[in-house]
Design a protein around this ligand. Sequence first.
Ligand code: F6R
Length: 355
Amino acid sequence: DKGPYRHFMLKEIHDQPQSIARLLASVADTHAMTMKPFLPDLDFSKIDKVTLVACGTAYYACHVAKTWFEEIAGISAEIDIASEYRYRKRIHAPRELVIVVSQSGETADTLAALKDVRGHVAARLGVVNVATSSIAREADHVVDIEVGPEIGVASTKAFTGQMLALLSVALKAGVERGQIDKAHLASLVQDLASLPRIMSETIALEGRVSEVAQEIAPARDAIFIGRGLQYPMALEAALKLKEISYIHADGYAAGELKHGPIALIDRDMPVIVFDSAGPLQGKTRSNAAEVAARGGRVWHVGHDAKGGIQTPECPDRVLPFVYAVVAQMLAYHVALAKGTDVDQPRNLAKSVTVE
Ligand code: F6R
């Protein structure tokens, strides 16, 4: 049931403050400011390498989580696309945890990757949205993101649910590996607790996002750039835009632009800059200035992005959630402006059970 919404995708975008609050209640105790004892049988004091494997949007959740595992838990993390991972020669570590992420829990390559590593690694964790799925049944440990059925083919609330699940697992790992003391944990849980409100504030930007979408809709191509945690969000934004609006889009690490893609810049190339606060903001802004100097059209998305899309203030750690929601709304409104089929984009299936 779409309720008052025109499309399932729009409904699912608007579901996110609730879906995130629900998952949060399962993993964190926001009164005691600690994590709840989820995944009791998975002990990170016995793990010193994490490998994250998935396809599509779920892979971008892994991409951002790599940084969380490294920064919060001090644990080496690798990522791979399931269709590559399963066919390459892998060097496993004895104390390695493989995490596969899949909304449907049925993606053929992801399931095959999970089966292939059985007996070669210390443990296998599945992050799914369907507790009865093949991946949930095959994995040794399961986190259910509990975001409810996702009907729109383009993933929205499952993506933010996957990010929260992985961030929570990284926190659990940090605690169990002795990387986080009580005070630090309390501040991290505080960040998580702010998420439902921050997501609501981001959704409230829909009017402004829709104005920018009207300007981007006529373009044939588009580029998203970001650094650090926002680099995977740039990739996700590009995927969302191409999936439902059929605009060819790419995401780049901002510092990579000058290594090739800047040759594409002219006045017909919109460049959306994920201009997040932090020590590298100046560098991202100078990359954006290089685009503008070559006649490119630039929109900044950030807390102090004047003229672009001004986002709510929030802790750096949870900024990817803000950018994810902006990316979803932007793709949605561009698709609406172009009149494409938002919920059933051409050539795509919700669940990819063939290789
Ligand atoms: C993009 C999208 C796809 C899926 C991918 C993996 O919006 O929905 O890229 O993320 O097909 O699907 P699951 O998560 O079911 O394994």
